[in-house]
Design a protein around this ligand. Structure first.
Ligand code: SAH
Ligand code: SF4
Ligand code: F3S
Length: 444
């Protein structure tokens, strides 16, 4: 095809880390499309590659180094521009250019609105490298997003974090907590529902502290209620709440609104009160267990998940047993389990009593094996039940099947027509594996 001599430029955005990064990548993609770029997943054919990075654990950085090497080879062949954004970029800033001279642009989390400007500087060669990592703890300008899925969209309701859990780098790279005014969020949710999105995920490092600095009515419970009140068939999820801030009014709103997913992610981090104190988490083992009990009681059928760290400095075998005890007692549907990883600049990095890798690995394996057995047991509980699921599309592993999710976030595969994508349907569960359920479509 003759394009009149104009070559359409291609761009790739590779995302690491959490949902917040996924959300920001969707915004970056929209900006690139507005600049006339065509998006591609193939780095071999790309003219500009974005690495939207994470630095929450050491492994994140190692992954990024590997990817940088790969893109550098493409750059040598076709002059691909390389842009590093996200938390690792924010943390490293100028250092990244020193280490990897072939990076063109380093851009922090709050600066993605300035991508057009940065690209222009590089293209016109007014600058050899561009580094934009300054931030002022303000709300970023609102940017439209191009979500990968036509069913699931996310909205950042808060930016940054004030908690300073002693192991965590996030408050240092994402700045102080800021909340988006409630009216804006409701408007955004309304637009997404109108566009046909069926699942809306509210994002923040600590979503249930939403509203600090805003009016009294602008709190998390009211925000949830207002979004539930938007007309239409859709499901609301949110990550992550903090156990300490999980107030009764929020629980009541969830209990009376079936639009809110019956799956709550309640980061535990440790089951030992002593370690929780060292982590600056603001709750005890008993308080966490009491919260879990209350959630199960007030929200029948709720499924709980958690993040858990093993091998935090000074964690003894006894402390670790407390973690196993909480996992056992609560019965998490699944959990995200990590070995403690030193982050420079955090309090825990300089604590006495750092734990050997071997001990960490051993605890991680024991925790995982307990969690797996619990996940399996809970999964079996779905057998014979009929579940309302949101159809996500053809299963990646099994092309003949559709993949869908329950309100409790379990994956359900079943045979059905591709036209069901993006719809809520009822499926009777016939077979249960630990991570996947299999079923058949039933009429309402
Ligand atoms: N704000 C969210 C998510 C933070 S990062 C929350 O508080 O839940 C996601 C998870 O990474 C954390 O919940 C924690 O379990 C883990 N994590 C953070 N820093 C870590 C570190 N230094 N080492 C190991 N795991 C860590
Ligand atoms: Fe990190 Fe704690 Fe903030 Fe989560 S709440 S981002 S773990 S400091
Ligand atoms: Fe990683 Fe930043 Fe999210 S450090 S976990 S991408 S907030």
């Amino acid at each position: 095809m003759d394009l009149g001599g104009t070559m359409i430029k291609k761009a790739t955005v590779i995302t690491y880390g959490c949902q917040m990064n996924v959300n920001e990548s969707a915004k970056i993609k929209k900006i690139l499309e507005n600049l006339g770029y065509e998006l591609t997943e193939n780095i071999e054919e790309t003219d500009i590659a974005f690495l939207n990075t994470c630095t929450v654990r050491e492994g994140a950085a190692t992954q990024i180094y590997g990817k940088l090497g790969e893109i550098k080879r493409v750059r040598e062949i076709r002059g691909t521009k390389i842009v590093v954004t996200g938390c690792f970029a924010q943390e490293q800033g100028q250092e990244l250019i020193k280490k990897f001279n072939y990076i063109d642009i380093v851009m922090g989390n709050q600066n993605i609105g300035r991508i057009p400007e940065a690209i222009e500087e590089i293209e016109n060669r007014t600058a050899k490298h561009v580094v934009m990592t300054d931030y002022e703890d303000e709300l970023p300008p609102r940017i439209d997003a191009d979500f990968e899925s036509k069913k699931t969209a996310s909205i950042a309701i808060t930016y940054g974090c004030n908690n300073f859990c002693t192991y965590c780098i996030v408050p240092y790279v994402r700045g102080r907590e800021r909340s988006v005014p409630m009216a804006e969020l409701i408007e955004e949710a309304r637009e997404l529902v109108k566009k046909g999105y069926k699942e809306i995920i509210l994002l923040g490092q600590n979503v249930n502290s939403y509203g600090k600095g805003l009016s009294e009515e602008e709190n998390f419970a009211n925000l949830l209620q207002n979004i539930c009140d938007i007309e239409g068939d859709f499901i609301i999820r949110f990550v992550s709440p903090h156990p300490r801030d999980f107030t009764d009014d929020v629980i009541e709103v969830i209990a009376k609104n079936p639009k809110i997913a019956r799956s709550l992610h309640i980061p535990l981090q440790s089951g030992s009160t002593r370690v929780l104190k060292l982590m600056n988490r603001g709750y005890s083992k008993e308080q966490y267990l009491a919260l879990a009990d209350k959630l199960k009681e007030r929200i029948p059928g709720v499924s709980l998940t958690a993040d858990i760290i093993v091998g935090f400095p000074q964690e003894t075998e006894e402390d670790f047993q407390d973690t196993l005890d909480v996992v056992e007692k609560v019965g998490f549907e699944t959990s995200f389990m990590f070995m403690y990883s030193i982050r420079q600049g955090t309090k825990a990095a300089v604590m006495d009593g750092q734990i050997d890798d071997e001990v960490k690995k051993d605890r991680l394996h024991r925790l995982m094996s307990l969690q797996n057995s619990i996940s399996k047991k809970l999964s079996m509980g779905y057998e014979g039940k009929t579940e309302r699921v949101l159809v996500e599309g053809p299963s990646k592993k099994n092309k003949d099947m559709l993949s869908s999710r329950t309100s409790t976030n379990k994956i359900v595969l079943f045979k059905g027509d591709a036209s069901l994508e993006g719809q809520f349907v009822n499926v009777k569960i016939n077979e249960c594996k630990t991570w996947t359920l299999y079923g058949e479509l039933v009429s309402e």
